[in-house]
Design a protein around this ligand. Structure first.
Ligand code: SF4
Ligand code: MG
Length: 318
């Protein structure tokens, strides 16, 4: 799955209400089959917008999303339905993403039927299988969403997504609405399902510990642009972009032995409606130079070993 958004100006007003405007700005990402790509950044940086754009819920005003090397821009009818089936999104809030009046079994039956996933006589057995897959008891099919805990509801949402046999799962803050004690169970379920089913996962989260735990690669987003992307281990151990360094240093749980190393960013996150010139980070960057105000840095480096968008930082040389 390849997402490319290449107009350099803020031209993507995605939310319907002016209050919630978020923008993406020149984002280009490739999601490799079978990997988990983590997306991190402060809230309001465009993470959710990116997730939704990739899932096809927002249409970029410029740029394209290609799937298996083919542009999805002109998808209609059967091709559009097929894309919508193969790329499934799971939302943050398990309390509002499930229809409160539909029994779990009916919810799954509906998904299976809409996409013609199996013959009518096999639907019941498939529902049992799906509940087994997400480790819910089979009698869950008879119940309504309100009869479940938040963690169980997220399992139901995962079962619904899996019912249509997707290739890509996009999880936007999958567990951030859940109790910490439940988060690990749901995330570990996701990991084992990924393994079992060979899923490709886009994992959007503000919790850096979680992202590090689940991701093969990580992309750091600042004001709608990718500022650094690379192998998760390397990026967490040795972030290169000044923004990645600050973001990671602010997560104390990542480095329990190192205290007092937090890089405090001065200045507020600028409004996405008024992105600074040059490097959008220059007003908060501890090492900014004149060139940073003038020219926007582009992502450089090897997509495999890591890429950084900064005038003063060299990407890894290999
Ligand atoms: Fe800082 Fe300049 Fe690099 Fe931007 S380009 S991160 S302002 S050093
Ligand atoms: Mg969000």
């Amino acid at each position: 799955l390849h997402f490319k958004k290449d107009r350099s100006l803020l031209d993507m007003f995605l939310a319907k209400s002016a209050k919630a405007v978020q923008a993406l700005n020149g984002v280009s990402l490739a999601l490799q089959k079978g990997e988990t790509l983590g997306i991190v950044g402060e809230s309001g940086c465009g993470k959710s917008t990116l997730a939704r754009a990739i899932a096809g819920l927002y249409k970029p005003q410029s740029g394209d999303i290609s799937f298996h090397g083919r542009s999805t821009a002109s998808n209609k009818g059967a091709a559009l339905r097929e894309f919508n089936r193969r790329v499934q999104m799971i939302f943050q809030d398990p309390y509002s993403s499930l229809n409160p009046r539909l029994r779990v079994g009916d919810m799954l039956r509906e998904a299976l039927t809409v996409h013609n996933m199996c013959p009518p006589e096999a639907v019941g057995a498939r529902i049992d299988e799906l509940l087994d897959l997400v480790r819910l008891p089979r009698d869950a099919a008879e119940k309504l969403p309100h009869e479940f805990s938040g963690g169980q509801r997220q399992r139901i949402a995962i079962a619904r997504a899996l019912s249509v046999e997707p290739e890509v799962l996009i999880a936007d803050e999958l567990v951030s609405a859940l109790d910490v004690s439940v988060q690990a169970q749901v995330v570990n379920l996701l990991l084992s399902l990924q393994d079992e089913l060979g899923l490709t996962v886009l994992f959007v989260a503000h919790d850096l510990r979680l992202v590090r735990h689940v991701s093969h690669r990580v992309a750091v987003i600042y004001l709608g642009s990718v500022v650094e992307i690379g192998d998760a281990k390397g990026l967490f151990a040795n972030p290169k972009h000044p923004y990645s360094q600050a973001l990671l240093s602010a997560a104390p749980s990542l480095n329990p032995d190192e205290k007092g190393n937090e890089i405090v960013l001065t200045g507020e996150l600028p409004s996405p409606l008024n992105i600074p010139s040059g490097c959008a980070f220059h007003g908060r960057c501890p090492i900014a130079q004149d060139i940073c105000r003038e020219r926007k840095p582009i992502l450089e480096g090897n997509p495999k070993s890591g890429q950084v968008a900064c005038h003063l930082v060299e990407p890894t040389a290999n």
